[in-house]
Ligand binder design. Structure first.
Ligand code: AMP
Ligand code: MG
Length: 378
């Protein structure tokens, strides 16, 4: 099927008006195709090359609509840099609807009710970054929204200097954020909070539908998924640029573990109990990834220390983490290539000695270092 032949539904619009602003996008001037991810398109059931789809640009630029779609911006609040902002919302993102379990959204598509002083635009530079970063995060096995395609334009957009406007079409199992819950919590609309929780149970938590205690089970999953996500981020050195609650998906893409948004509809003591599980899930997930990166298939006493020691040694030797783990993938006890990365050799040298000792406890593989090669990632 071609992308332009897909059919969309708009279940979010079945919520009350307060959840969204029904708004039309403002098309960019002279739009042109930049790049697309056929891999992301498969999630929608699209199996034809996006590069051949002559309607792709006009759909992303909102000049042509997908069948069954309608456009709207979502309302949410958020804690930003420690302060609560009672109303944010999609100020430059416009949703088209849902296809195959994925919600389609164009970022940079013009002003909405929630734009405040903003122009509703995204510039080419940041759009390319989002397109590449989200697809590479997916490649690293980390839960993320996906980017289907990016278009550029001749539209001038004012930032620190004049830049050109662009739009990314992105996909997510849900665009509901921690901040969406905060909006209804802080505006004391607790019936809407319940409605939102029910909606979310239809979206990424559909397996919890009709279960007793569905809210608590959902909350437990949010805590666990978020803890795992943080561990995964940390294991590849990913830093979220703006980790505010309006930027944290309820589906386990980002984090805030303040248990208060949901508190009017859940027992707080139970929530605190569930939240205690955060650190153990985080730690276990993080260490398992780090062991894999070090090529350990067995778990030995002292491995935690070895991981902590490595991070300290990389820091004091001023070694680039990504390059270090890439080279470690073909490490064969010849330390030269690794040590060449270090400004200060001794801390890394000492760690490598301990590492070589530890490797002796691994089962010998047919090729003696194949364990490391196979399990290593950066
Ligand atoms: P961010 O820090 O990008 O997550 O944005 C925080 C809030 O500001 C969200 O409500 C965005 O929709 C909004 N926003 C960011 N940039 C713009 C823009 N250029 N025009 C309108 N709203 C924007
Ligand atoms: Mg945001």
């Amino acid at each position: 099927m071609k992308f332009s032949d897909i059919k969309s539904t708009t279940p979010y619009l079945e919520l009350e008006n307060i959840f969204f602003d029904k708004v039309k996008a403002t098309p960019l001037k002279k739009p042109f195709f930049i790049a697309a991810s056929n891999d992301a398109a498969k999630l929608l059931g699209v199996d034809e090359n996006l590069y051949d789809d002559e309607k792709l640009v006009s759909i992303i630029n909102s000049q042509t609509a997908l069948e069954g779609s309608d456009s709207f911006a979502m309302c949410y609040a958020g804690h930003q840099f420690g302060y609560f902002v009672p109303r944010l919302g999609d100020g430059r993102a416009i949703n088209f609807g849902k296809v195959n379990g994925y919600n389609l959204q164009v970022k940079g598509a013009g002003q909405t009710l929630y734009s405040r002083q903003g122009d509703g635009r995204a510039v080419l530079r940041s759009s390319i970054r989002e397109f590449l970063m989200s697809e590479s995060m997916h490649g690293l096995g980390i839960e993320t929204s996906r980017a289907l395609a990016i278009i550029g334009s001749d539209e001038d957009v004012a930032r620190e200097r004049w830049e050109k406007g662009a739009v990314v079409l992105r996909l997510s199992p849900t665009w509901v954020r921690f901040g969406t819950f905060e909006y209804f919590y802080h505006s004391k609309q607790h019936d809407k909070l319940e409605r939102l929780a029910d909606y979310v149970i239809e979206e990424p938590f559909a397996h919890l539908k009709n279960q007793e205690n569905a809210y608590l089970l959902m909350y437990k999953e949010i805590v666990e998924k978020t803890a795992k996500l943080m561990a995964k981020w940390q294991s590849v050195g990913f830093n979220h640029g703006v980790m505010n609650t309006d930027n944290m998906s309820i589906g386990g893409f980002t984090i805030d573990y303040g248990p208060f948004a949901l508190s009017p509809i859940l027992n707080q003591e139970k929530m605190q109990e569930v939240l205690k599980g955060f650190s153990s899930v985080f730690e276990e997930t993080y260490l398992n990834i780090m062991y894999k990166k070090l090529g350990f298939e067995s778990k030995k006493e002292g491995d935690v220390k070895l991981v902590q020691w490595l991070l300290a040694a990389l820091g004091s030797s001023k070694v680039d983490y990504t390059n270090f783990f890439r080279i470690l993938c073909h490490y064969d006890a010849n330390r030269e290539e690794l040590l060449a990365l270090a400004n200060l050799k001794t801390p890394l040298q000492e760690w490598l000695e301990a590492y070589d000792e530890r490797l002796k406890e691994e089962k010998p593989a047919p090729n003696k270092f194949i364990n490391i090669k196979l399990s290593c990632s950066s």
